[in-house]
Every structure is written in structure tokens, then in C-alpha cells.
Design a protein around this ligand. Structure first.
Ligand code: DC
Length: 214
């Protein structure tokens, strides 16, 4: 079937990973979470990473059960990356050009042949500008903070403060800022159930997929 790429971009807590995971589970997509790679670099190298440390790093991405696992020196660190503090550092280092080049290459190398759903901030604008379908998810700030707090078990107030700051940094940075790709379908997930958003996104993908194969 060649390659079919769906990108899902949007701010923290807008539902990107949740929907991407469902597409992997129900529709046979492979899910690549590009934020996990930024988080892994934040976790392993911290805020003051330099180009030398990065080039000597032994970080590998592999696919398992239709999603990615991140290994550092052979150690699977995927489940250690979820805290808001790691998200904060990830957002900071994501402003550095050589870090972005590193992540983009890792992600593109993985998405070779097959059906992929890739989520992040610049997947439809920079990593896969020719993606078959581009989705842009939004939701109001309070609801996003509530979702993240539930997910990570952290305090609502702390999460709210950090994601507000991340939103600003991610959208105002010079390189590959968070913006809605021109051709993207925007879906507002505020006050919608996961199932509702999944159906809406699935419907958009189905239309494009059917047109392509007609
Ligand atoms: O999606 P996430 O919360 O796991 O991402 C963590 C941070 O990584 C996010 O605040 C900014 C950065 N990121 C990015 O700059 N570009 C991407 N494509 C994905 C994530």
C-alpha cells in the first residue's frame, strides 16, 4: 500500500496522543509520538545539552505493538517520561535547531512504509509537510490542564502553570513553532468525549483515504 501519513498537531492536553493511540488500536496505524523523543532528550541530557553530548548519545527508537519505545544505552526509558517537569525541559530544548534536526531525522527514519499517525507540534508543518491528512486539535486551557493532571496525578494548579508557559514557548519560538498547518482540519475537543473526537477524526481520514484509493 506504500505510505500513508496522518499528522496530529496541537498544544499539550488537546488529546493528540489519546486519539493517535486509538487509531493505532482500532485502525492499524503505527503511532509515533514525536514529543517522546524531546522528552527522552530532556530526561537523559537535561536543559543544558550541547551538540557534542547529543551526537555521542546512544538513543534508539523501536516499534512495539504499533507504538514507539525509546531506549537509551539499551535501557527502555519510555515509561519514565510523562511528568510535567520533563515536559517543561522538553519544551525548552525544543527551541534549539540541532535538537530539532536530531528528532526530525529519528522520526522520519521510523516512518518508512505503512500507515503512520504522528503527533507533536510541527509534524504537519516541518516533519511531514506532504502528509496525506493533517489534523490540528485544540481545547481550552482549563480542560487541557485538567486532563493532564488526571493523567500524571500531578496538582491541577501546577500543571496549569506549566502548560500555560509551554503553550507560549511552543508557539512563539523561532524554529518550527506550534501553528496550524495550512491544509489542516481543526477539531476542537473541549467538552467532547474521546469517542466523539475519535469518530470525527476517523471520518476525516476515511474521506481522504477513500478518495486516494478511488
Ligand atoms: O507532546 P508532548 O507534551 O509530549 O511534548 C513535549 C514538548 O516537546 C512540547 O512542549 C514541545 C516539544 N515538542 C516539539 O517541539 N515538537 C514536537 N513535534 C513534539 C514535541
Amino acid at each position: 500500500m506504500g505510505k500513508f501519513i496522518v499528522t496530529i498537531d496541537g498544544p499539550a492536553g488537546s488529546g493528540k496522543s489519546t486519539i493517535a493511540k486509538l487509531l493505532a488500536k482500532k485502525d492499524d496505524f503505527v503511532h509515533i509520538n514525536s514529543g517522546a523523543v524531546y522528552r527522552a532528550l530532556a530526561y537523559v541530557l537535561g536543559e543544558n545539552l550541547g551538540i557534542e553530548k547529543l551526537s555521542n548519545l546512544n538513543l534508539e527508537l523501536s516499534l512495539k505493538e504499533k507504538s514507539i519505545r525509546v531506549f537509551c544505552d539499551g535501557d527502555d526509558i519510555t515509561d519514565r517520561l510523562q511528568s510535567e517537569e520533563i515536559g517543561r525541559v522538553a519544551s525548552k530544548i525544543a527551541q534549539i535547531g540541532f535538537v530539532r534536526d536530531y528528532v526530525n531525522k529519528k522520526v522520519r527514519d521510523l516512518a518508512k512504509n505503512g500507515k503512520f499517525v504522528i503527533d507533536g507540534r510541527d509534524c504537519g508543518t516541518v516533519i511531514f509537510p506532504h502528509a496525506n491528512v493533517k489534523i490540528f486539535l485544540v481545547a481550552n486551557l482549563n480542560e487541557r490542564a485538567k486532563r493532564r493532571a488526571l493523567e500524571t496525578g500531578e496538582k491541577f494548579g501546577d500543571v496549569l502553570r506549566i502548560i500555560k508557559k509551554r503553550d507560549k514557548e511552543d508557539s512563539e519560538r523561532d524554529i518550527a513553532p506550534l501553528v496550524k498547518p495550512k491544509e489542516a482540519y481543526e477539531v476542537d475537543t473541549t467538552s467532547k468525549s474521546i469517542e466523539e473526537v475519535y469518530k470525527e477524526v476517523k471520518c476525516i481520514i476515511r474521506r481522504v483515504y477513500d478518495n486516494r484509493n478511488r
